[in-house]
Write a new protein. Structure first.
Length: 552
């Protein structure tokens, strides 16, 4: 079996590339280990806690013990399903801040500044503001990815934005437009009450073409001959075979599996490969390094009134939500319930937001466990640009073995300073007049946790991943010894091989990573096809005019 291009991974970037390459008339085979994305648990936005906790849809990865978090092993879900993590994520759509991409450019990823990527964001989006306002000129309205906003009917959701404004933060009508900084409505990849994954946006239309095919199988390694990638070795049942690429192999297997596949193929840190008995094809010391993520804690409050989503938490309530969604695609099940957001700066002197707040009108964990207090609400808060770096390494040369995932969370003093500040700033928002009718008391960290030491202990015990791993196949200039791919996503030192997914991010972007992952697939497609890049859009994003002296 062969095609012009063999893509490993039917996730956010892989689906986008399959669509764009096949649309251009090239033959494409997409290899995906996971199965179908059909079924209500994936498709119902309100059921988002289910698929990321189901072995059927998730690789089930866990980190190594994290020494700065009490040696806890944290969950690291990755989608093992058509659509990849876009089929099991929280459906939150955040482009990232303009300065994130300018940083990429300045660190060696030429052609990836904000002016360069903005036209690709506009190309991929089909944005519907739902009457909530926004920067329509900055958005795309005829792309494949549907982006909408929730109804924001819950009074707690509106109270968060009102309280943020009362606390002195600006209201931004569109954090994905000219101005990210402030509080305002969240965007989500939901359309007509159902999840709109990369599979729906890109892969399903592509598979209707004769030149695009999906192959179910477990990718074992890239086959390399004379310094050139010629195919991918896959296991299907008990059979091992090679799918040949006539032009290129493209890895889009995630920030966890793309570096793993490179190392299994002999591309990576030479010493580590030899220790695992793998012949070195190319010594690229950056493979698996530079691992980054967003870590967060939940500041939870008990509610004075019975207005939270907890009213649906009984068996009867869940049955009502599920039945209404199945019949009409409306009601609480039609939203991810992340409908209000905050992007704020932790202190004066920070150029652009370094804290993200997800507000949720219920006190609940990602695993679906509601607070014992009953009615409540919470804000997820965490730093956007942690200086901590981890790594992905092989456990052995056996492709069946999970890789070692070590984030090295909270290994810098700045992490602790920023986290404490984030918690205190959320408390300040919750203390505003808009929350007075609803706020009863703090559930966690708890009113007693005021000192740095007590807040640090809360973080150590309760911080969780926001599930945004990236950076392990860093994009940079060809003379950067730690770069893995060049700015056209070509693996340095190997012909016919590219990586295009969140692993190539030089540094993590502000917010959730699904949007920039799809962006990578979109822009990489033009590089692969040898097409000229879209014309840059040089409009300047908003930056607080007094950022040097004011925090808000």
């Amino acid at each position: 079996m062969n095609a012009d291009y063999v893509i490993v991974g039917a996730g956010s970037a892989g689906c986008a590339m399959a669509a764009r390459l096949s649309e251009a008339g090239r033959s494409v085979i997409v290899i995906e280990h996971g199965g179908s994305d059909a079924g209500p648990f994936i498709q119902m936005p309100g059921a988002l806690s289910f698929p990321m906790n189901m072995k059927r849809y998730d690789w089930g990865y866990r980190t190594e013990p994290e020494p700065h978090l009490g040696n806890r092993r944290l969950a690291c879900p990755r989608g093992k399903v058509i659509g990849g993590s876009s089929s099991i994520n929280g459906m939150i759509y955040v482009r990232g801040h303009a300065k994130d991409f300018d940083h990429w450019r300045d660190q060696g990823a030429a052609g990836w500044g904000f002016a360069d990527v903005l036209p690709y964001y506009q190309r991929l989006e089909n944005w519907h503001d739902g009457g909530h306002g926004g920067d329509r000129d900055w958005r795309g309205t005829d792309g494949p990815l549907r982006v909408t906003r929730g109804a924001r009917d819950n009074p707690l959701t509106r109270a968060f934005v009102d309280a943020g404004e009362q606390a002195g933060y600006s209201v931004t009508g569109d954090y994905n437009g000219q101005r990210q900084e402030g509080v305002g409505p969240f965007d989500m990849t939901v359309w007509r009450g159902a999840r709109w994954s990369a599979a729906k946006a890109y892969l399903r239309p592509a598979l209707k073409r004769k030149n695009c095919n999906l192959v179910k199988g477990f990718a074992r390694k890239v086959v390399i001959e004379n310094g050139c990638a010629i195919g991918v070795e896959i296991a299907k049942g008990n059979q091992i075979s090679t799918i040949r690429a006539d032009v290129e192999v493209i890895l889009a297997a995630s920030a966890i599996n793309s570096p793993k596949l490179l190392m299994l193929s002999g591309i990576g840190p030479a010493k580590h490969l030899r220790e695992n008995g793998i012949d070195v094809v190319v010594n690229r010391p950056g493979v698996g390094q530079n691992l980054q993520d967003h870590l967060e804690v939940y500041v939870q409050a008990a509610a004075r009134q019975k207005v939270s989503l907890y009213k649906y938490w009984s068996l009867l309530g869940k049955a009502y939500v599920g039945a209404r969604w199945l019949l009409t695609k409306t009601g609480p099940g039609a939203s991810n319930q992340f409908e209000s957001a905050g992007f704020i700066r932790s202190r004066a002197g920070v150029t652009y937001p370094d804290l993200q707040i997800h507000f949720l009108p219920i006190a609940v964990r990602y695993d679906g466990q509601a607070s014992a207090e009953g009615h409540g609400f919470q804000a997820h808060v965490g730093p956007m640009r942690s200086p901590s770096r981890g790594e992905i390494t092989l456990r052995s040369a056996n492709p069946e073995d999970d890789p070692r995932i070590f984030f090295n969370y909270m290994s810098h003093d700045a992490d602790w300073t920023d986290f404490r500040q984030g918690i205190r700033l959320v408390r300040d928002i919750f203390a505003q007049e808009a929350f007075k009718p609803y706020y009863k008391h703090e559930i966690q960290p708890g009113d007693a946790a005021q000192s740095d030491e007590m807040i640090d202990e809360f973080i150590r015990q309760h911080a969780e991943s926001a599930y945004h791993p990236c950076g392990t196949c860093k994009m940079g200039s060809r003379d950067d010894p730690m770069a893995v791919v060049d700015p056209e996503t070509r693996v340095i030192g190997v012909d016919g091989l590219r990586v295009a997914d969140s692993s190539i991010f030089p540094r993590i972007t502000n917010g959730n990573l699904n949007a920039p992952s799809i962006l990578v697939g979109e822009k990489a497609s033009d590089h692969i096809l040898g097409k000229p890049a879209l014309a840059p859009d040089n409009r300047a994003p908003w930056v607080h005019p007094d950022w040097r002296t004011k925090q808000r």
